[in-house]
Each structure stands twice: as structure tokens, then as C-alpha cells.
Ligand binder design. Sequence first.
Ligand code: TXE
Length: 498
Amino acid sequence: MDQIARTLSLPETPREFGFFIDGEWRHGRELAEQRSPAHGVPVTRVARCTTDDLNDAVAAARRAFEDRSWAGISGGERAGVLLRAAEILRRRRDEVAYWEVLENGKPIAQARAEIEGCIACFETAAGAARLLHGDSFNSLGDGLFGMVLREPIGVVGLITPWNFPFLILCERVPFILASGCTMVVKPSEVTSATTLILAEILTEVGLPKGVYNVVTGPGRSVGQAMAEHADIDMLSFTGSTGMGRSCVHAAADSNFKKLGLELGGKNPIIVFADSDLEDAADAAAFGISFNTGQCCVSSSRLIVEASVADEFERLLVEKMARIRIGDPLDEATQVGAITTEAQNRTILDYIAKGRDEGARLLTGGEVLEIGAGRFIAPTLFSGVRRDMAIARDEIFGPVLSSFRFETVDEAIAIANDTVYGLAASLWTKDLDKALVVTRRVSAGRFWVNTIMAGGPEMPLGGFKQSGWGREAGVYGVEEYTQIKSVHVEIGKRKHWIG
Ligand code: TXE
């Protein structure tokens, strides 16, 4: 695959993918074509699976779970498989990054860095597989001993979105595998390639058949059927809050499957006057433009202390104008294309709404004509009121809304004025202020004097309507287990019947 890294040209014909059930590749009767968001040419053709295909995949995952070929081996053996997968992924990094770019539109340098993150996920999960353990109670008196066992929950359904197709996958799959569960994955219908490539990698490292299955196709048919499936024990869903809600209903109406949900965000970046304004402006530009703002943890609400707000906005405009937007196959590109036509329309509609509602456009707001792709300039609105649509809704694009505050309490109130609670970033040199704000702002991930930092050791997930549960790290493995309390009597039973 070094060849691809050197040439980085578009494929001459779209690559066709099958889907993967019980260790075998199957061919779809109907195929859906995906075009490169940045170039407009067809790049992949992926099967539109049916609910029969899904049923086969769930049955395979159930057999593989029950036969103990994965759940019954030691954590150390599972760790070995995960470490070998990390090694192969390291070798195939450039190839996986290439397909990620072609389907998603993100810059190649960013995609490669994401695959490095995925390798780290496999390595972290390998450690966690060995360390996963329960608890014991030696405090129940001489006649009784208590053990708390962690057992894999069973068959997991995993539904992933298109914004980080491989990274979001790898923040979950290795941790699910570490727990001993088996799974059926349904990637987004527009970015399925790399999820299917992972099936090749896991086969090569000797994962038993049926443990990792992939069905492809639309969310409203295959995804919905997964959420309703009575033989799936847990569903991990990452996507819109609306679809998350529909998964909750489907779980309640079927088998009460456990749910892990990572949903939308409207994340604040709070900048105090005493912060390093240059650093904070760089972070704010990055926080809203990275992955074209198609990021659940994008910092889309700038909350800046009034005394420095004009200066800060000037700095930010100057930085946003220097972001290199363009062909994602170009090594120098920092921001690529908008992944889907629907998302492109959504973002442009919100920009129009911001203007109509009277917010002041400081930079961006326009479509960039770059080849046949979909590109939108990073956009900053000032003077945004808290009741405006651009203040309240997740836009999922490079559109930043700026608010001003006078006091710490006011900054916290603005930050918490949202139904979401996924992430927050805070900039100050005052430790007291940093800790007060960190404690009082509702967010599952918090960055102090940094943004989008971290690694797979740290758990991911949201407060409020941003979701349920945590992924990654030891917490992420535990999420896919259930707890059994075992009571062992010691010695002769004290009889009930005299
Ligand atoms: O998401 P969907 P869409 C947000 C973001 C974006 C909006 C719409 O605001 O503008 O969602 O994007 C599958 N049952 N996020 O329409 O539909 C679908 O096939 C089960 C935030 O693409 O939620 C895909 O695999 N599954 C987010 C996945 O759900 C269903 C990432 C996500 O698609 C389904 C993406 C159904 N009825 C969008 N319908 C984040 N948290 O990062 C669809 N799907």
C-alpha cells in the first residue's frame, strides 16, 4: 500500500465490497455507489443488505458467543489477537486512510493520524482485556463469601456514523472484543469501506468466525431492524439525537436491550480574559474547523469574556482565514469536503438562518468552488442571541457562534444553556476559576487550556441528551459486561426446617 501513499490518485473504477457474516464474504444483490465528497467521482460500491442478512449475522454472532470460542478463552489470549490486529493496522495504515478520505472527504494527513489513534485503541483494549476483573466480599461473615463477576453481555449491535467512520469504530470494536462479546456492525451507508477492511484484518489475526460480522445498508431499514432485534443484547449507537431517541423506543418495544448512545453536541469553548489569547484563538479555529465541524465534540459556541471579546474575535477571524481548505488527497490540506449532500444543505441553511436572525457574519459563510467537491468556508457569527437557531441546534459544520459574558456565573449559565452535554473547552490561567467552571459545566469530556486532546485510555460519552454510557478505556470494556453476584456458603447449612 506504500504505492497509494506515493501516488494518491483517485481509483479508476469504484471498488466493490461484499459484506461479512460468520467469517465469510457475501455479495449483495443490490449495490449502492458512494462518490468522493471532494471529487464527485464514484469510489466505492457497497451492498444494500436485507433484514434476512441481518438475521443471519445476528445468528452467527449468537453461535460464536454461545460456543465460547471467544468468551471462553483467557483475557491474555484475547489481548494477543488485539495486539496482532494493531500490528497489521500499522502496516495497512495508509491504505485504510486512503479509503477513509475517498468516502468521507477528510484530509489524508488527518486520516493517517486517526488510524494511528485506532492502533492505540487496539493496544489499550489489549491491556484492558488482561486486567478486566470483578470484586469480592470477604465481609459477609464466616459462613458466606461473595464474588462479583463481570461477564460479557453477549451479542452487541454497533451502529456507526460517517464523520469518523474508522475512529469511532475503533473506539468501540477492540473494547467490545476485550470484554468477550461478539458483534454485528452496521456502518453508515455512505462510509462503509473501512469497517469492511477491518473484517479482513480481524480474519488475518485469527479472530474466531462469527465474532465480528458486518452488514451494510440504510439506517432506516437495517439500522432500525438492529435496534428492534430481540436477539441483540446491547446496542451501541453513535449518530443524531433523533435516531438515538428512536433506538430507545425500539429497545423498549423489543427486548429491553442495553443501550450505549453517543449523540449530538453543542459544545462551549469558554475564553477568559486572563488566558493566552493566541493559544485560545488557535484552539477555537481548530475546534470548529477540524473535520469541517462534522464532529460531535466540535466547539461550536464561543463564550468569551466581554473585555477581550473584540480583540479575540479579530484574532480568530485572522486565523480562520488562513486555514488551508482543499483537495483532501493533498498532504498540505487541513480541512476537506462536507461528507454528504444532505449535510451540506443543512449547514448552508443554518448560515442563512444566522444571517436572517440578525447575527453578524465576521468571516466565511460562503461555498468554496474547489473542483467538483462540496466545500464551505469556516464561518464565525458574532452577536449571537441565545434563542437563535445557530445558538441552539447542532449544525455539524464549520459554523461558530460567539457570545459574551461579564462574570464566571454568566459564563457557566451560557455554557449550560443547551440540551446537550458532550464536551467543553476552557481557557484561563487561574486555577481556581478552571476548577470551579470544570465542576459546574455539564459535559462528559472537558479540556482545560487545550481542545480535543486525549487518548483511548480516557472514557468518551455525554451528559444530558448527548447520550448514555461510556466508550473506550477500562470503562469502555466494563460497559459491555454485566455483573453477577455470587454467594458461596461455607460449611454446614443452618437448617430452616427444625
Ligand atoms: O445521522 P443518523 P445523519 C448528527 C449531526 C447530523 C445529523 C444527521 O447533527 O447533522 O446527526 O446526520 C444510522 N435506526 N450526527 O442523518 O441518521 C445511519 O445509517 C437505527 C451526530 O447521518 O443518526 C448511520 O449508520 N440506525 C453524530 C447512523 O445511524 C439508524 C454523527 C447515524 O446516522 C436509523 C452523525 C434508524 N432508524 C450525525 N436511521 C455524532 N454523535 O458524532 C439512521 N441510522
